[in-house]
Write a protein that binds this ligand. Sequence first.
Ligand code: CMP
Length: 310
Amino acid sequence: MNPVDLLRKVPLFETLPPADLEGLASAVRLESFPPQVNIVEVGDPGHSLYLVVEGTVQVLAPGRSADFELARLSEGDFFGEMALLNSLPRSATVRSVQEVKVLVLDKADFHRILAASPEAALKVLETLSLRIRNADEQISGLSDKAVRDALTGLLNRRAFHERLAQETERARRYGDHFALILLDVDRFKALNDTLGHDVGDAVLVWLGRLLTEHTRQADVPFRIGGEEFAILAPGTSAEMAHTVSQRLVNTVAAARPPVEPELHVTVSAGYAVCPEHAVRPNTVYSLADQALLRAKSEGKNRVCAPKDTH
Ligand code: CMP
């Protein structure tokens, strides 16, 4: 295929008048890369733009342990534009997935086309804006991943400690109060050992849903350990915390997990209220935890209040 026909495959240039396309055809060169070759390397200076006419490349951001795939580009896409526009080193590595054919265009020619063709410049901007949007979505996905428990979708232990600190601070500043309720699945290890981890996991997912459904919108459930859940309930007094905890314990005992409808799952609960029982996050947590341990040792499937301490 001659260079003009190859250039027609690239949407970036589809609006160029035939004469400009001819001129461009003499400026580009066709290069082939075997699979798994770095065509562009992160950190290198950038001198050229690459137009993919055949095959697929991966755009990779180097991570601490492994490369992170930002995008895959194929026939009609281009890469290497960023370093030519901002004169910074290459922002990512671009590697061939299979055998790849690219048209290579020098920086000066790329700039010339952008200056001559507002349509081509607009296409480059459009592509850049889509790349930023994808990257934004990936970033928000990753930050969400850092605070979500992959199994139940609830917020995780890390998010819990952050939120607990925020709630105690809010209580101190504005005189609000909140309850921390801890719940732990009774005899979970035995359940896992006899019915298997898949059933154990399904029970945890079911419990996560149950806790979400049976608490108010403002209450935030977390999975903070293997079979341990927490709920932060704003504006909740000690009396209300006891009622809510008891209701949750009763709800779990009365329900049946769909994965094993014969199974009787129960939970034990302990709670503490800020500032009634404690004012520091660690103390609120340890009082609720001690109450939970008491609920376990006193026979499970029950709620215990914290021992009064300040
Ligand atoms: P440049 O920085 O010159 O070299 C690496 C190239 O990878 C970059 O130009 C873009 O062409 C491409 N690239 C970088 N980040 C992304 C992304 N998030 N999505 C798609 N392509 C990208």
